[in-house]
Design a protein around this ligand. Structure first.
Ligand code: NAD
Length: 475
């Protein structure tokens, strides 16, 4: 019997008559069913969030902080159950699923310590001018399938801390852990403050266009981000867009080959490459290209691809059939063009599950689809470069601007190059590190606005300036 999950609306777990199947990508078996919500459920959830907003927004930030901290603690206390469910629906290996759940708890806990202090603009004999941050109201959160719990929590925590209420929609591919979390936190926040409803992609535009939602915070593809912007333009909703990326890693000739090979591998293949900030193009200086590409390929041969629930698996399946087909198409394109493979390339179509072997390409041209497009899968192109100027130009020649990395024995040189990259984040000698206290966001078609840090929190507020003329009051 397949477990049926429910929506969280106004503090209660509620079913719908129509349900959606959720599949385990490791074996293509149905492992759960979730509500197929439509306009009626959305209207209920938005009405609950709207009704809860006045009291919630008037609570002190300390009271709201306590609720965010209680959510963080609930995630941690239930991490064992949650990470297993996450592997079953998302595919990532147990250790990485545990990392996501514990990480979501930690990030929410850390974000809860942020403050929204007033700022004094002028305090003169004439006037006192002060800016206060006012919560925008009801937030619609829309989440993708690669880090479903982390992304949900990184929207819920700052929304609540700022004084907003939220209606959140997980991806139809990965809604189970989020709905289980909904059940666990249903009594932690007052009824209506957090609402979580699931449905098909078609639920998304209903959220974007809903007249009683004040802001959309979205993480997902650039194509969907553009639709969201269009939908939100009708009533000028505020939007935060965290979109796709085609992140470049640049390895300078002084990098320690032995040390960086393994790290470069995981910067690309963690979560089977399905990370917006994964290294998706790796540029290696020609002096060390042969040595480093051989070291990465050798390392890759010992990494086990398989069911994330099985011990020893380090790379799981691709999360869903649509993405699997897209990655296969990019690999086929590379084959059709005669590009050279260092590792992988051939999958077994008869094995159930969306498995793709670790695949590494040897110096494909810059206009190859696998280089120019976001692959979002376990396939990585390695490319040769000669000069700094050339590689910076190649890294920046992208419609995306999310993140990037520089690997070098000279951190100052790394920073010099980092400052020339047109992206929201650049790592020097590390990868995938996000801080709850630093803004995370993209440039160009990777989106705008930020999550995390003070800037991320401010996105859920608008500035209200109150000015008092001091010398205009009758004595
Ligand atoms: P997606 O855009 O297909 O879906 C994301 C969410 O949007 C899902 O919940 C989906 O149901 C919903 N949706 C679909 N159509 C919609 C519409 N017309 N209006 C409103 N909502 C709609 O993305 P995905 O395939 O789930 O995720 C992969 C993409 O997300 C990749 O491009 C990746 O780079 C990006 N991503 C970005 C970040 C970041 O922080 N920048 C993080 C993770 C993933």
């Amino acid at each position: 019997m397949v477990t049926q999950y429910k929506n969280l609306i106004n503090g209660e777990m509620i079913s719908t008559s129509k349900m959606l199947d959720v599949v385990n990508p490791a074996n293509e078996e149905v492992i759960g069913q979730v509500p197929c919500s439509g306009e009626a459920e959305l209207n209920q959830a938005v009405a609950a969030a709207r009704a809860a907003f006045p009291a919630w927004s008037k609570k002190s930030i300390e009271d709201r902080r306590a609720v965010v901290q209680a959510i963080s603690a609930t995630i941690k206390e239930n991490s064992d159950e949650l990470f297993r469910l996450l592997t079953a629906e998302q595919g990532k290996p147990h250790a990485q699923a545990q990392g996501e759940i514990i990480g979501a708890s930690m990030m929410a806990g850390a974000q809860s310590t942020l403050d929204l202090d007033d700022e004094i603009n002028e305090d003169s004999d004439e006037r006192l001018s002060r800016t206060r941050r006012v919560p925008v109201g009801v937030v619609g959160g829309i989440v993708p399938w690669n880090f479903p719990v982390m992304m949900a929590v990184q929207k819920i925590a700052p929304a609540l801390l700022s004084g907003c209420t939220i209606v959140l929609k997980p991806s139809p591919f990965t809604p189970l852990t989020t709905l289980r979390l909904a059940e666990l936190i249903k009594d932690v926040a007052p009824a209506g403050v957090v609402n979580i409803i699931t449905g098909e992609d078609s639920l998304g535009p209903l959220i974007t266009g809903h007249p009683d939602i004040d802001k959309i915070t979205f993480t997902g593809s650039t194509a969907t981000g553009k639709k969201i912007m269009e939908g939100a333009s009708k009533d000028l909703k505020r939007i935060t867009l965290e979109l796709g990326g085609n992140d470049a890693s640049i390895v300078l000739p002084d990098a320690n080959v032995e040390k960086v090979a393994e790290q470069l591998f995981w910067s690309s293949f963690t979560n089977a490459g399905q990370i917006c900030v994964a290294a998706k193009r790796i540029y290696i200086h020609e002096d060390i290209y042969d040595e480093l590409s051989t070291a990465i390929a050798e390392y890759a041969k010992n990494v086990k691809v398989g069911d994330g629930a099985q011990q020893g698996t380090a790379v799981g399946p691709i999360q869903n059939k649509k993405q699997y087909d897209r990655v296969l198409e990019l690999v086929q394109d590379a084959k059709d063009n005669g590009y050279k493979f260092l590792v992988g390339g051939d999958h077994d179509p008869d094995v159930p599950g969306y498995y793709m072997p670790i695949t590494i390409l040897d110096n494909p041209p810059e206009d190859a689809r696998i280089v120019a497009e976001e692959q979002f899968g376990p396939v990585m192109p390695l490319m040769k470069f000669s000069t700094e100027e050339e590689v910076i130009g190649r890294a920046n020649a992208s419609e995306y601007g999310l993140a990037g990395a520089v690997w070098t024995a000279d951190p100052d040189k790394g920073v010099e190059i980092a400052e020339q990259l047109e992206t929201g984040t650049v790592w020097v000698n590390e990868f995938l590190h996000l801080s709850p206290f630093a803004p995370f966001g993209g440039h160009k078609q990777s989106g705008f606005g930020a999550e995390y840090g003070k800037e991320g929190l401010l996105e859920f507020t608008y500035p209200q300036v109150i000015t008092v003329k001091k010398d205009n009051v009758p004595a």
